[in-house]
Design a protein. Sequence first.
Lengths: 457, 467
Amino acid sequence: MRVHWKSLAAPPGCVIRVAAGIGFITVAAWTQGAAANPPEMPPSALTLESALRLAALQDPEVKALLADREAAASVRRQERLPLIPTVEASYRFGDKEDRSGLAVTEDLSHLLLYPLRWGLAGARYDEGRMRAAIGLADRELEVKKAFYSLLAAQQSEALLLARRESADAAAELASLQRQAGNTNALQEDVQIAEQQDAVLEFERARNESVLARQELALLIGMPALADSLRSADSLPPIPYSDPRLDDLLDLARERGPDLEAAKAAEIAAGKSLWQARLNRIPMRAGVEWEREGKADFFGPKLEVQVPLDLGWNAASQAKWERESARRRSAAAEAGLRARIACLQARMRAARNSADFLGRTILPHRQAVLEETQRHYNFMLEGAYELIQARQRIFAAERETLAARKEYWIARAELERVLGASLPNPDAPADNRPARNETVPEPAPIAPAPSVPDHGGH
Amino acid sequence: MRNLNPLGFALGLALFGTQAIETGAYTPVVTPNGSTLGYTMEQGVKVFRLSVDVIKHEMAPGMIINAWGYNQRTPGPTLEAVEGDRVRIWVKNNLPEPTAVHWHGILLPNGMDGVQGLTQRGIQPGETFRYEFTLEQHGTFMYHSHGDEMVQMGLGTMGFFIIHPKTETRKADRDYAIMLNEWFVPPGASTPNPSVMTDFNLFTFNSRIFPGTAPLLARPGERVRIRIGNVGQEDHPIHIHGHRFKVVATDGGDIPASAQWSETTVLVAPGQTRTFEFTATEGDWPLHCHRRHHPMNAMGHQTPNLLGVDQSKVEGKIRAKVPGYMAMGQAGMDEMTGMGMEGPANTVPMMAGDGPFGPIGMGGMFTVVKVHADIPRFATAAEYDAKVKGPADFGWYRHPAGTVADTAAAVQSKSSPGKIKAEGANGQSPPRSAVYTCPMHPEVRSDGPGNCPKCGMKLIPMEEQKK
């Protein structure tokens, strides 16, 4: 999913729809005041897209983040007002005569520094907007991780159920042997022990499925439907290749929310510093009317507030805040390469594992099963050896699932860092060319299609 | 000892190796699935030429092993001579290690005894040694490696050395020699493991397993002599059906008639030969080792015992995870015969072979003595070797009417489907029995068409099932 945060800064009352596309998720955002009607979605047919959509619509955390964004917009609107006069009314009860007064003043620095204030309001709004966007991106990442975990848990549960069923059959056969008087209790116990192990593993897998459903249900704002949450999808095979590190780096610099947020904070801090420097002695000017008894006084008013430190401390604070923002921005940029490289390494390791499992281990274990079957046909091996050969295939399939899950979670984390979806995978690793064929160069990153900017700033 | 020119040796072997043996004085000994070594005469000396070789050997159709033998065979070719002959045997070693050849049971000069390191130095790879001695006895003897015996004999270096008496007082019409041996060949593999001491899985007659063993042929009333030699690891009680015989000789010499007694089974221990004779009675008679596992081919000895275990409810559950699984063994192992399931490469089923009434279901040390009126006579052992290969050769015995075991109703009706009928006036062989079986349950057998009692599928002829 690509959360196009710019599109979220819409004027009140607008319904924004961002076009859906491959690798791109529709985010339908209703502003305050518009009722949000989540689409009809059977919980048993959950897809990644639908999960993200539901999260965008129903997750309270997402709503809170959107509210934060609206709050930042409100602040910006207020700060960009040309005049924010203050009206003071006073009434004093006097011994002899009462005094009343009315004054209307305006902050002079507010007036004089209006262009700076305009820029600062925009920068602060960007900063707030980016914080909300990061929160949304983090939330999206959580949803993706939870969804992939659910897929892995479902498939693992199915695998372990099959494993358990074969262990049940072996134990049943052993019991039948024992009942026929062909074996003793010790020989039967070997199979029973294996069955119990299989039962335990299956129950653990089932619990993991339950937890995965609960977590995802929470994230998509449907905790009541956790028990029935299912997906018909399977963990996709791992793509053949991934984009180059340098291409990813460029994209992250261009669209990465963390870097952009750090830069926005740096800009805002810079503008704040200027304001602090230029606004060290607040002044207010306006007009005042005062009545004391029957005498009226009307005229200009000037208030000057001179802090004892002449505003140096405020300016110093602003200076260090800017310095801090700069350093954070630099750190974000410096650490970007390492973060991306680390995530790529995780993806590569998972791919290598899945590749070895798919190309070497699984075919070998299948061949062992077939050869064991031939031995069984000639009464050279028994039924238990046959079942065990099958169990070893289950184990390898489970390892493959774990590798796939690790890959897709690492990939989701990478997309979070990039602020963009990676291109659709080409031929999956399971179907890729034979070993002696030339491995093509990694595909360059294709930027996600652009979306109309509804930001009315 | 002198090293021959290899080219001359090979030329001699090619030219003279197949020379027909003189047949006037004695009945030539036939080594089923084997051969007899020809000789040349050099100044009154019978000259034999042996080479010790690394070979590929067919145990039965579908199973070839890596073996060691003589003259590209195991057992090596049978040497035949006459008491009083002077024999010269050239032995060329083509093995990767030294060897020596011991002439088992033969009285000879100590230096010709062929014991590596004791009576001679080992024949090094590539070397040719000469053994020469005068035969001072007659009987059934053997020759085998006596260097690294465990490996070389474990891989098949053995053969018969038969010395006929100068005057045959009791000539047999048919004379056969069978060498016994045991092997361990992991199923799917090709090389026997000579280190195995007791857990053999293949037991052979002349290094062959049934259904790869050639039958022994005779006509009714003929005097048949069978010589059994054993340089293996285990005892073998050799039993013949339908006959009583007398053991007429051991490797120590003839047994006087007064000391002979009737047997149907003779125990042949390692190192022994036993020769027995009988008058052949018509029929197809099994000749086999009577240790239960020995007339069987390889099977797993650690497989679970499923006799009497009703797998009907669990079979489907296992098959859901292992699609090829089929319950076996609950009613014995006969269901294996004729199933035609795929096994490991280079492996013969435990129970195999087809007879006129269906699968015979034997293996290993099993063969058939066919006594039919129309069995031909063979002028030479070589002719026999060329024409007789497997148990179905020369057809099956045609039973006279009413002499075949069957159900009471069938016997009473004198017409029983599923068995061979009496020989017709035209002498043609009766048709094979039509046995029907289920494609999914091969253990189901029926004399006629119908439906499977287990699954309801239509029964098909066994011949179709095998296809």
